[in-house]
Structures are given as C-alpha cells and as structure tokens.
Design a binder for this molecule. Structure first.
Ligand code: PEP
Ligand code: MG
Length: 321
C-alpha cells in the first residue's frame, strides 16, 4: 500500500547483480539538503557554490562561506559531500571575477582559469572549506566525508595545481571535473594527480559538439547521447578503472534513467543528479546487471548520432529479458 511504500526505507543505488552505484544529489541552493536526504540521496555529488557569490558585488567573506559549508556538511553525517569551487564565467558571470567583454565566454577565463587569475578568492574558499571540515569533525553525529573539486579543468598541469593547493589547506580528497574533451582524452594522466574525477556532461557535450549550451539555435546539438560524448566518457571510465579511482557523473545525463545505465556500462562508479530524478534512476538500475549495462553501452557507442544511440540502447535494454 502507498503509505507503507512511502515509509519503506529507500535502498542504496545498485544494479540487478548487486553492484553498488551510489546515487548522490546535485545541490546548488541553500536548503535542499533535507529534500535530498528524504529522496534517498547517499551524499552530495556536486555542490555548486556559485549561489554564495552570485547575489553580491563582492566575494563573500571566509566566515560567510564557512557558515554555509558547515551547514551543508552537518546535513550529511557519515556521507560523501563533493564541493565544487566557484565556477564563474560563461553562463555564471561574476562582476568581481570575469571580464564582461569576452566574445566567447564559454571558451574564456572561466572556472578554475578565472579562480587562478584571482587566486585570493580560491584560497579563501579553500580556507572556509577546511574550517567547515574541521568544525564538523567535532560534531556528535560524525563528520561528512568532504571531497573538493575544480570546474573547467583542461590540462594536467591545472589538475596538479588544484590538487596540490587543496592539500596545502589540509583537504584530503581533491579531484577535478572532466568537462572538456582534452581532460577526458588525458584522463589517465589526470588520475596521476587527482583522487577522483567527476564528469560534467553538460559542458562536455557543449565542448565536444562545439555548440553553445545557452544558444537556442544550436540546442539540438546539446545531447549527451551523442556517441562522441560517450566515447570520451568511456576513456575516463577506463582510466578510472586502471588507476582504481572513482569516476562520478554530475551532469544532467545522469538523470536520464537509460543513459544512467549506459554511463555505468562505460565505467561511471557514482551518479549525481537533481534529487527529484533519484527514484527513476534507482528503479531502472535495478533492472540491469553490469554485463547488461556494458552491452547496452556498446550498442549506444556503435551508433552514428545521439538519436540512433538512444534507439540502439533502448533496443538492447529490451532484448535483454
Ligand atoms: C556540467 O557541466 O555538466 C556540470 C555538472 O556543471 P554545470 O552544469 O554547473 O556547468
Ligand atoms: Mg560544467
């Protein structure tokens, strides 16, 4: 009955053969944590820190940031919480960080590039995160497992820079978003420095298809089912498996239940999405084994385009039973 179903505990993300696929939440606003927990999020796979910066003409203070991060970590005792440092530029311009006059802001000084150019802002953010981490270590419910990552990383050198800076602040687990094809192609070398990678399929699709994700006239290109995007995901998945390091997905693609299966088949080890998408993805994962997921992924990879990849995956998924 419905009331019993609603109160039954939500099971952790897993495939039909029992392979665990932790299902995490994307959060980008204050609040939201309790809804994510109610919907069964096993942690946070992407905490977008932009909201702390977007409403003001100057960067928030270390104290303001520490309060926000402490509140976030306190909501997830014993759980993984992946915090992304400020991703300014392109679709999220900030007056104190970005040059408003770039002609191609998606290809400009954004993400980690912008933070590096204003390194004091990055250092303050890492300071606040380290302080929040230390504060929640003393909490009676137990600490969250804080991971930090940088957005828009396009070189191995940037990976080294960010990971070593984060460690200087005592942050133990540091990684990068893979959302630029260069990083996907060099994932094996990125993993020599990063503790983990999280694939941002929104930007990875934009940069692979060379189609501005904000431009309506090219919106039809913004489809993460495109086999070129899937090949890049496979590259990262293989590099993660070879190095024994986790590969998360935190772009919108993870919220599409069948695509989520494909991404796991390509080597994703965790999926992070808007909390409202968790139930459908959880239910669909339970209907496929890891072998099924790999076979469904192969079918999608063999297609010429996004639409045919989806069709091929749909056919492979239904022929399995
Ligand atoms: C992405 O690019 O897929 C991503 C998760 O980051 P954002 O959408 O915030 O750019
Ligand atoms: Mg992105």
């Amino acid at each position: 009955d419905r009331a019993a179903a609603a109160s039954a505990p939500i099971t952790p993300g897993a495939l039909a053969d029992g392979t665990a696929v932790p299902l995490l939440a994307n959060l980008g606003k204050p609040g939201g944590a309790s809804e994510a927990v109610e919907l069964g999020a096993e942690g946070v796979g992407l905490f977008r820190t932009e909201f702390l910066f977007l409403s003001s003409s100057s960067a928030p203070t270390v104290e303001e940031q520490r309060t926000a991060y402490t509140e976030l970590l306190a909501a997830f005792p014993g759980k993984k919480v992946v915090v992304r440092v400020l991703d300014a530029g392109a679709d999220k311009p900030l007056p104190f960080l970005n040059d408003a006059h770039e002609e191609n802001p998606a290809l400009g000084l954004r993400g980690l590039r912008a933070l590096r150019a204003s390194e004091d802002i990055l250092r303050e953010q890492l300071t606040a995160l380290a302080e929040a981490d230390a504060a929640t270590r003393r909490s009676p419910e137990g600490p969250a497992d804080l991971w930090v990552m940088a957005p828009m990383v396009s070189t191995v050198e940037e990976t080294e820079y960010f990971v070593s800076l984060a460690k200087d602040y005592g942050l133990k687990t540091a990684g990068v978003m893979v959302e630029v094809p260069s990083s996907a192609l060099l994932a094996d070398r990125i993993f020599r420095h990063a503790d983990f990678a999280s694939i941002g399929t929104n930007d990875l699709t934009q940069y692979t298809l060379a189609a501005d994700r904000l431009l309506g006239s090219v919106a039809s290109f913004q489809d993460p089912w495109h086999p070129a995007v899937l090949r890049l995901v496979r590259e990262v998945g293989a590099a993660g498996a070879a190095s024994g390091k986790p590969v998360g997905i935190c772009g919108e693609a993870a919220a599409d239940p069948l695509l989520a299966v494909v991404l796991v088949g390509l080597g994703a080890t965790t999926l992070s999405m808007a909390p409202t998408a968790l139930a459908d993805v959880r239910a669909t994962l339970l209907t496929h084994t890891l072998d099924d997921a790999r076979r469904i992924a192969e079918a999608a990879l063999a297609a010429d385009g996004a639409a045919t990849a989806r069709e091929a995956a749909t056919a492979a998924a239904s022929s399995q039973k």
